[in-house]
Design a protein around this ligand. Sequence first.
Ligand SMILES: *[C@@H]1O[C@H](CO)[C@@H](O)[C@H](O)[C@H]1NC(C)=O
Ligand SMILES: *[C@@H]1O[C@H](CO)[C@@H](O)[C@H](O)[C@H]1NC(C)=O
Ligand SMILES: *[C@@H]1O[C@H](CO)[C@@H](O)[C@H](O)[C@H]1NC(C)=O
Ligand SMILES: *[C@@H]1O[C@H](CO)[C@@H](O)[C@H](O)[C@H]1NC(C)=O
Ligand SMILES: *[C@@H]1O[C@H](CO)[C@@H](O)[C@H](O)[C@H]1NC(C)=O
Ligand SMILES: *[C@@H]1O[C@H](CO)[C@@H](O)[C@H](O)[C@H]1NC(C)=O
Ligand SMILES: *[C@@H]1O[C@H](CO)[C@@H](O)[C@H](O)[C@H]1NC(C)=O
Ligand SMILES: *[C@@H]1O[C@H](CO)[C@@H](O)[C@H](O)[C@H]1NC(C)=O
Ligand SMILES: *[C@@H]1O[C@H](CO)[C@@H](O)[C@H](O)[C@H]1NC(C)=O
Ligand SMILES: *[C@@H]1O[C@H](CO)[C@@H](O)[C@H](O)[C@H]1NC(C)=O
Ligand SMILES: *[C@@H]1O[C@H](CO)[C@@H](O)[C@H](O)[C@H]1NC(C)=O
Length: 596
Amino acid sequence: MLFLFVILSSVTIANTKFFRLEAEDFAKPWYNQTVHQRSSASNYKAVHLHGGILKTEFCLTKQSHISIEDVMFSNDGGEDEIEVYFDWNHMGEIKTRNSSSSGQSWNFFKTSGPIAEITNVKPGHHVLILNVSKSDPHGVELDMIKLFISDEDLEENVFKCEVFCYDSINHEHIAGRDFLPSARIDQRSFNTSCTEIDNIVIPFYHDSAKEYIVKATHPRYKAFINYRVSNFTNCTMGSDRIWAYENISFPLDQPYHTERALLSESHIDGKSALFFHFSLDGPEKGVMDSEIGSTFRLYLDTKDPVEVGFLYYTRNNNLSKSLVQVYNSSVEYLSWNIPDFTWKEGKNNILGLLFPEKTKLIIRKVELEKRKQKLDTPFHIFDNTDVIIEGVEIDFWWIQGHKMAVKVVDSDREFTEAKYIRIYTRVPWETDKYSQVFVMYADGNIRLLPMTPPGLDWIPFGSSLLVGYSDPKTRRPSAPISQIDIDPKLNTLNVTYVNGDRATIDLTVTFSETILSIRNLNFTDKKKHLPFLTFRSMWVADGNADVDHVSVNGNPPRRILSDWETLYGTSFVFYRKCLSSHNTLSPDIRVQLFQN
Ligand SMILES: *[C@@H]1O[C@H](CO)[C@@H](O)[C@H](O)[C@H]1NC(C)=O
Ligand SMILES: *[C@@H]1O[C@H](CO)[C@@H](O)[C@H](O)[C@H]1NC(C)=O
Ligand SMILES: *[C@@H]1O[C@H](CO)[C@@H](O)[C@H](O)[C@H]1NC(C)=O
Ligand SMILES: *[C@@H]1O[C@H](CO)[C@@H](O)[C@H](O)[C@H]1NC(C)=O
Ligand SMILES: *[C@@H]1O[C@H](CO)[C@@H](O)[C@H](O)[C@H]1NC(C)=O
Ligand SMILES: *[C@@H]1O[C@H](CO)[C@@H](O)[C@H](O)[C@H]1NC(C)=O
Ligand SMILES: *[C@@H]1O[C@H](CO)[C@@H](O)[C@H](O)[C@H]1NC(C)=O
Ligand SMILES: *[C@@H]1O[C@H](CO)[C@@H](O)[C@H](O)[C@H]1NC(C)=O
Ligand SMILES: *[C@@H]1O[C@H](CO)[C@@H](O)[C@H](O)[C@H]1NC(C)=O
Ligand SMILES: *[C@@H]1O[C@H](CO)[C@@H](O)[C@H](O)[C@H]1NC(C)=O
Ligand SMILES: *[C@@H]1O[C@H](CO)[C@@H](O)[C@H](O)[C@H]1NC(C)=O
């Protein structure tokens, strides 16, 4: 006979997710809790107990309802009693039945049925205890506990407490401002498993915002680890190769067709032509394959010299032909360079090889690669030993023809090569040490950091902000800048955008935070209803993210990627509750509307 005490409240738990606590994960061998292989146990393992407690644990990140649905166990021999405790409170009791004591019954797992429903369980760490309070000499075996939790977004590794989330971190003290009309933020984020993609995209909308501040502070969690290396696991970017083929007999004896490219034959100018039709991803997808120049290489297998012509169609559908090159046994490969901004985003990119009529040969390999880029070159714009401003020239800038001028007040010099500027401030607790606190890219993206804390060389950037009107539909939104006028004494920047918009930015650096005040917004075309600010960051999983929650006007936090579609408010905090292995010390970001 199976006895059950069931504490059932009348709450039906909606939107639940199912979790298991496997007994073997919590067995303590020094208490004689032996793990046995059992073919019909969950995960093929069960834990043998003669008495005493098996303590299991799990973690929640938001207040949830929990239903202890089932405890699976087996018995051989006389009756036993198992008490169930949640956070040390008695929830119910399970009695096991007599069964053959010949050792045959251990592999028959029984179900307890529902034990209890517990409502409004707080976020944080919890324990579920099975106490074998009475046992025959043969003991009992525990297999697993099934739980339903009313949090569909709770991840397995967080549930298992493998990622540490501080339930005490919140921003409830940061209230909204009633006297200002609220701004709206929209969820435009997408899923990714690559930590180097900015998949969190949150545009801000307001009809009349004139001034707001952005603050970067150290994360609220206390951590003294400074993980900051890039993690390209699950990332497709970073590969220079666009496509490659091997061992093609020409003329083609079979069709060549892959996801990326298609090969075809034809005749042009009395020559035999081999064409490669291919598609490329570009800014719409957040990558630059279609924008940056490339190198095409051809490896042949032939004893006799062969004349090879090369041609391609540009994004304006102009045909470009290169000089004929001769391939012979003393060259390894022939190569041709294709300039930046030649290819187009999407389909219909075409390049071709021309061989003399009736040529027969084996193409050992053809490959198309993105061109190599030179390292970024920094140069001084200003230095008074308290503040250093640098410009940085980069080899490839993704917006065709875009130039930005940087000017310093009271100086005749104008710098036109910078694609981003960065500002360093002297660290007061060490001599001759500087901390990078601000970066502004020519496409309007800004990164902010509080001063490097004592004892560290540098801390990483994480989330970024796009200041200025931008198109929220693209994966790489931008607000291209035409000119920045800097007053280094006041730490003020006047920014003029390519579209004529203007803004003044004041930078204030204190020991614990870096504050940008963005004022005098003179944004021309408010009727377009474009975002005036966009928050961008990364979230792959709790514990592997640069941001995991957003709190608006001090209201209960929302998960950054789920839980919400649109929110309204005047103060927004983007922060982490969960200790992250990615950019552990990158800052929390607060946005506060000031005036309209
Ligand atoms: C564990 O089991 C062994 C053999 O059954 C027994 O001798 C020992 O006393 C037990 N230890 C504890 C802590 O119960
Ligand atoms: C269970 O088995 C024990 C001995 O193994 C016996 O004393 C007891 O009466 C049995 N109980 C039931 C309910 O059959
Ligand atoms: C487990 O049960 C035993 C026997 O009834 C009891 O002495 C002990 O206090 C219980 N442990 C807990 C944690 O309730
Ligand atoms: C992201 O993935 C989750 C789970 O796989 C899914 O439920 C959700 O709809 C996805 N979100 C988006 C924006 O694609
Ligand atoms: C790198 O990212 C992957 C998933 O994107 C994650 O599984 C892995 O744990 C990360 N590595 C580190 C060291 O954080
Ligand atoms: C991402 O990488 C992790 C660790 O290598 C792996 O377990 C996981 O399956 C990967 N996810 C995807 C979507 O590729
Ligand atoms: C192409 O041929 C070479 C030499 O016969 C061979 O080593 C290579 O594996 C082949 N490559 C493919 C993709 O078939
Ligand atoms: C390419 O085509 C465009 C328009 O179709 C034309 O204006 C331009 O001059 C052409 N460029 C070259 C190099 O032929
Ligand atoms: C092979 O081609 C190279 C470059 O075109 C040329 O310099 C060389 O003399 C040629 N060698 C032979 C053996 O034809
Ligand atoms: C920025 O613009 C304001 C108002 O137009 C002006 O007073 C100020 O001097 C400018 N500052 C710089 C650094 O150009
Ligand atoms: C905003 O810009 C326009 C055009 O550049 C200018 O006429 C106007 O005076 C500016 N307004 C303010 C408040 O600066």
